[in-house]
Write a protein that binds this ligand. Structure first.
Ligand code: LLP
Length: 413
């Protein structure tokens, strides 16, 4: 896919709009998304499969209502992990009947809310949670559609914080215990087996572990079907990575071929839950250089965005390309750092950049796990979010104010 941002006459534009004009209109720091890029990336998954498949966008990657609305209108289902995410999906016009509820520890009121909303499937992660779901569904007089999220014990090769598919991880139910639990589901009045689910991690650059875990859960599904369980779907999770400087990520088409091959002959609907690969490349973080500083050891570009706005470099050592909107001065190696009082507060280290005070920078591939992981640390208001829709920039979340920061707080009498 061609990029939605690039240089025109020496100035960085996004979907034809000069980024400098967005900084003038909305201020910095500011997340900028492209509707067209979101739609194109969703469509790449949606059209990739040769058999029945449902693409459930992982809301946690970017849960802005307008982003969800764009994807809902494009026909997406949703992968949610909390009642808050489900309420967002509904508020954005998404269909709970095309949404799956994942997550390691769903609370009773969340299970109740999801059942009342008509959720497609609840991916259960422990026997205790299953029991709770059975009670809740029984109390409501409904039958809960269940998939067990099994832990296939496959290493995903991702950063350790975001790998989830090994026995040592808190996620899922061991594969060899699943058979018995499905028998219990069959015997329970308020539970109905809908499918089998797995998810082994995130930012996965190699199809082999994804295919291996798909093959393992497909094997379990085959056993369950032959034992008489009437399954409908096989949920293979999310996790497809996005390009890094030294590696191109597999395409949705390549993922689809690998998953279809690994599950060949199994007549179940496939569900996938991509988050990053849809939203990540469709967003950037726009920030302004406030000062430059030459230390003894290195030079710094001190910018107005910080780890509270984009936590990924600090938390995972994640690499995001950083582009000057209009290169200024001569290029030199710099660390791009923010105002937060922590040495972990950096957006990029040792980057070759031509910038001076006042220059704008675009931090690329920031559409996923950017705003959703942002915080008010150091009492910094969370930044604005803007989407470009047919060449028009629209504000989809206002920058927070001091009143927003202290909302709900009380002084003592
Ligand atoms: N399904 C389940 C059950 C998940 O836990 C996740 C992500 C996804 C789908 C979507 O995975 P994706 O396609 O986006 O890789 N904050 C981290 C990523 C955490 C992912 C958590 N689970 C980061 O910024 O890299």
């Amino acid at each position: 896919m061609t990029s939605w941002y690039g240089y025109e006459r020496g100035e960085l534009h996004a979907d034809g709009v000069p980024l400098a004009s967005l900084a003038d209109e909305f201020g910095t720091p500011c997340y900028v998304y492209s509707r067209q890029a979101l739609e194109a990336r969703f469509a790449a998954f949606d059209h990739a499969f040769r058999r029945d498949a449902l693409v459930c966008y992982a809301v946690k990657a970017n849960s802005n209502l307008a982003v969800l609305q764009v994807l809902a209108r494009a026909g997406a289902g949703f992968d949610i992990v909390s009642l808050g995410e489900l309420k967002r999906v509904i508020a954005a016009g998404g269909d709970p009947g095309k949404s799956v509820f994942a997550g390691a520890c769903k609370l009773d009121h969340e299970l109740e809310g999801a059942l009342q909303a008509g959720i497609r499937c609840i991916n259960v992660e422990s026997e205790a949670e299953l029991e709770s779901l059975g009670e809740t569904a029984g109390r409501l007089g409904v039958e809960a559609p269940v998939a067990l999220r099994v832990n296939p014990d496959v290493a995903a090769g991702a950063h350790p914080h975001i790998a989830t598919g090994l026995k040592e991880h808190k996620f899922g139910i061991p594969l060899d215990r699943a058979r018995d639990i499905y028998d219990r589901i069959a015997a329970h009045d308020a539970l109905r087996a809908h499918g089998v689910a797995c998810h082994i991690g995130s930012q996965i650059m190699d199809l082999a572990p994804l295919a291996e875990s798909a093959a393992r859960v497909a094997e379990l599904a085959r056993e369950l079907l032959s034992a008489g369980h009437e399954l409908v779907s096989l949920d293979l999770g999310g996790g497809l990575g996005t390009d890094t400087p030294d590696q191109a990520a597999p395409s949705p088409l390549q993922l689809a071929r690998a998953l279809e091959e690994a599950t060949a002959g199994l007549d179940l609907e496939l569900v996938i839950e991509p988050g990053r690969a849809i939203a990540g490349p469709a967003g950037l973080l726009l920030t302004r250089v406030a000062y430059t500083k030459d230390g003894d050891d290195r030079a710094f570009a001190l910018v107005d965005a910080a780890m509270n706005d984009l936590l990924r470099p600090a938390l995972y050592g994640a690499w995001h390309d950083i582009l000057p909107v209009v290169p200024a001065g001569s290029a030199r190696r710099m660390d791009v750092v923010g105002p937060v009082c922590e040495s972990a507060d950096f957006l990029g280290k040792d980057r070759e950049l031509a910038v001076t005070a006042g220059s704008l920078l675009a931090v690329a591939d920031a559409g996923a796990y950017g705003f959703t992981m942002s915080s008010n640390y150091n009492s910094r208001p969370r930044c604005a979010e803007v989407i470009i829709d047919s060449g028009q920039a629209r504000l989809i979340r206002a920058r927070e104010t001091f009143d927003d920061l202290v909302r709900g707080e009380r002084l003592l009498a």
